[in-house]
Write a protein that binds this ligand. Structure first.
Ligand code: HEC
Length: 154
């Protein structure tokens, strides 16, 4: 019986590693019909993410409009919302199920939002902030070029 323990432990480690690989590294992905990686989600989760995305687009528009009118106060307000918004429980649990590349880009853009807010407060420099908006939007472009979302088949 004693000899069996290492085998049982080995099997358990393999099961845990496979689970960790699926949930932490790979996420739930399938072959895509275009060149992107398709992430499978429940319908409600997909709607939630797309709603968040439309919110991002709208906030980016507000940031640029504020810079165009030299309105640093509004810029800082919107940047603060972007910085704080990603901390919600639903966001965190959804990001947790995503492939590692998606997680990385998602964490990167959120740290860029924090930097955007901090620098806007400290520097009050519209040209500098505009440059940062342009740079952080490369995260939007890169993630959209890599991933698409699809509702998982029942
Ligand atoms: C970590 C990945 C990631 C980042 C970063 C990201 N997006 Fe998205 N976004 C997606 C995915 C995936 C979709 C769904 C694309 C598909 O299924 O074809 C999407 C969809 C969208 C949509 C379409 C919403 C709808 O209702 O169909 C908009 C608008 C959008 N994103 C805006 C943005 C903007 C603006 C940014 C940057 C400020 C951004 N996204 C950053 C992954 C990302």
């Amino acid at each position: 019986m004693k000899k069996l323990y290492p085998a049982i432990v080995a099997v358990l480690i393999i099961i845990i590693a496979a689970g960790a690989y699926k949930f932490i590294i790979k996420g739930s992905v399938i072959e895509s019909t275009d060149s992107r990686i398709t992430i499978e989600l429940e319908s409600g989760e997909r709607h939630f993410i797309l709603g968040e995305m439309r919110g991002l687009l709208s906030k980016i528009q507000q940031l640029i409009a504020a810079l165009a009118t030299d309105d640093m106060d509004t810029f800082i307000q919107v940047a603060k919302v972007l910085k704080d918004e990603s901390r919600g429980e639903i966001q965190q649990s959804l990001i947790g199920q995503m492939p590692i590349g998606f997680k990385k880009m998602s964490y990167k853009i959120h740290s860029d939002f924090t930097q955007l807010y901090d620098d806007a407060l400290a520097k009050q420099d519209t040209a500098y902030s505009l440059q940062q908006v342009s740079e952080l939007m490369q995260n939007c472009v890169a993630c959209h070029a890599t991933y698409s979302l699809q509702v998982a088949a029942e």
